[in-house]
Design a protein around this ligand. Structure first.
Ligand code: ADQ
Length: 463
């Protein structure tokens, strides 16, 4: 294999001081690109007035070539805020009620995917491996094939792949799945995502699956597999032991005294199950009054996609809900919910995770959920906290020693919280040891090596 080319909506090279803030995914991809003299290709983050057929911006960071393109205002509205974040994101998270179907979005999506392909193609060499990431860019490979590229192209979906009945509500579902068949390898987070894809291919696309797992449809044969993403566990443990983490841990302990902390950390998104989470905490205080004055919930919910109206709705709903619950239960020396919308660095978060008795991760749907793994990695082995985890987060397939809950069922969450708050130290340590083993072994480097290895092993086919 000569080089690796990573294509993703945003390019996130960990540089200088920023590298302290960079997530494990960015670091892992960058490390792979350095190993293979790679190229990272994506949107610059800039939105320009005119429809941009402008030249790509090319720079070099160490031996990695960074190539970015700008988006026009129409591209940004139709592709990014439109089809990616108002159609595919809600739909793939089972929120058909929130999915917007607009032909303009659809066209903008495939137009920008084609632009990505046209800007990238001249840089691709015969033996390159191309790895495209996530729901923004499903249509990229089909355009590359149209241009005659026969290189191996892989795709990894970071979010769930929906059940067929859900996908069928998308007016152009055929075009999207046909786009997936232009890849050589399609990777999913979980077995259930892969099953949903198989189901669609067999029963909707009229395709077939060979005994060795190859899928044939739309005139091509491809491979599909499960590659659960992990975190850089070693690095996260180091972050949890850093001076910045300790400062946050100490400040939190000082402010909590003898009280126990339940923590939730999420991008503010309707897929994360936040209203039910707050209601569950309210029900915990109602059902088990001994927790009043003794337990607090810290919810960090950093705004994202602020130009999409549904995100403003969920923000308002949460602010109202936390205000109401606090108004109902707070005392002059205790606030039940600390609701925070600012972002924290990874080191600060690690300190806050370590200061918590419970990590509460209750998305209604989530491709994986890295927060669950970060919570585990941040714990003190001598006195670890308990993870309460939604069965609909991809991470629940691996983290069986968490308390697994149905995120739609308030009572189920309440019972898990009450159990977790009262676990003996021995029980907490036993569960945590097993969780940590998984988080450490199935880390982001294993994920990346497995995917790149599988893509490299695919026999080259004719476009
Ligand atoms: P996300 O939906 O963004 O990612 P998640 O995996 O939980 O969800 O978080 C990604 C990163 O953002 C984590 O490193 C986390 O620490 C950080 N983060 C989240 N909230 C934060 C906050 N309030 N302040 C600071 N940092 C915060 C998508 C999919 C997931 C999948 C990932 C990776 O939706 O299911 O796990 O990609 O594949």
């Amino acid at each position: 294999m000569s080089r690796l080319i990573v294509v993703s909506n945003r390019v996130s090279i960990p540089r200088g001081r920023d590298s302290a803030q960079a997530g494990g995914l960015a670091v892992a991809l960058y490390a792979a690109l350095r190993r293979y003299d790679g190229i990272w290709f994506g949107w610059s983050g800039n939105v320009v007035e005119t429809s941009g057929e402008g030249h790509p911006n090319i720079s070099k960071v160490s031996n990695v070539t960074v190539v970015t393109i700008d988006l026009s205002t129409d591209d940004y509205d139709e592709y990014y805020n439109g089809f990616a974040n108002r159609t595919l994101w809600p739909l793939f998270h089972y929120r058909t009620d929130l999915a917007a179907y607009d032909r303009k979005y659809d066209k903008g999506y495939f137009r920008v995917n084609a632009r990505f392909a046209h800007s990238l193609a001249p840089m691709v060499e015969p033996d390159d491996l191309i790895w495209v990431h996530d729901y923004h860019l499903i249509g990229c490979a089909e355009e590359l094939r149209r241009m005659g590229l026969t290189q191996k192209i892989g795709f990894f979906l970071h979010i769930p792949f929906p059940a067929t009945e859900i996908l069928l509500t998308l007016p152009n579902h055929q075009a999207l799945v046909r786009g997936l068949f232009a890849y050589d390898l399609v990777g999913f987070q979980t077995e259930s995502d892969l099953r949903a894809f198989h189901d669609y291919v067999m029963f909707e696309a009229g395709g077939s699956i060979s005994p060795t797992g190859e899928l044939t449809a739309h005139g091509r044969t491809i491979r599909a597999g499960v590659f659960p993403i992990g975190i850089d566990a070693k690095e996260f443990v180091a972050k949890a032991e850093s001076a910045e983490a300790k400062r946050h841990l100490d400040r939190m302990r000082h402010s909590m005294g003898q009280r126990k902390l339940i923590i939730g950390v999420d991008r503010l998104d309707y897929s994360k199950g936040l209203p039910t989470r707050l209601e569950s905490f309210e029900r915990l205080l109602e059902t088990y009054p001994e927790n009043r004055g003794a337990v607090s919930l810290l919810q960090v919910a950093t705004p994202s996609r602020v130009e999409v109206p549904e995100y403003d709705d969920i923000r308002q709903e949460l602010e109202a809900l936390s205000g109401r619950i606090n108004g109902r239960f707070a005392d002059f020396d205790w606030v039940p919910i600390r609701y925070i919308s600012r972002a924290y660095s990874q080191r600060a978060l690690a300190g806050l995770f370590r200061s918590s008795r419970i990590g509460l991760v209750t998305p209604l749907r989530d491709g994986m959920n890295l927060v669950a793994k970060e919570f585990v990695a941040a714990q003190d082995a001598a006195n670890p906290g308990v993870l309460v985890l939604s069965r609909f987060a991809g991470a629940s397939d691996q983290l069986a020693d968490a308390l697994i809950v149905n995120p739609y069922d308030v009572d189920d969450i309440v019972e898990a919280l009450q159990r977790g708050l009262n676990f003996s130290l021995a029980e907490r340590r036993k569960r945590w040891r097993r969780l940590m083993e998984v988080v450490r072994e199935e880390d982001v480097t294993a994920w990346r090596n497995d995917f790149v290895g599988a893509l490299d092993a695919v026999p080259r086919t004719v476009a």
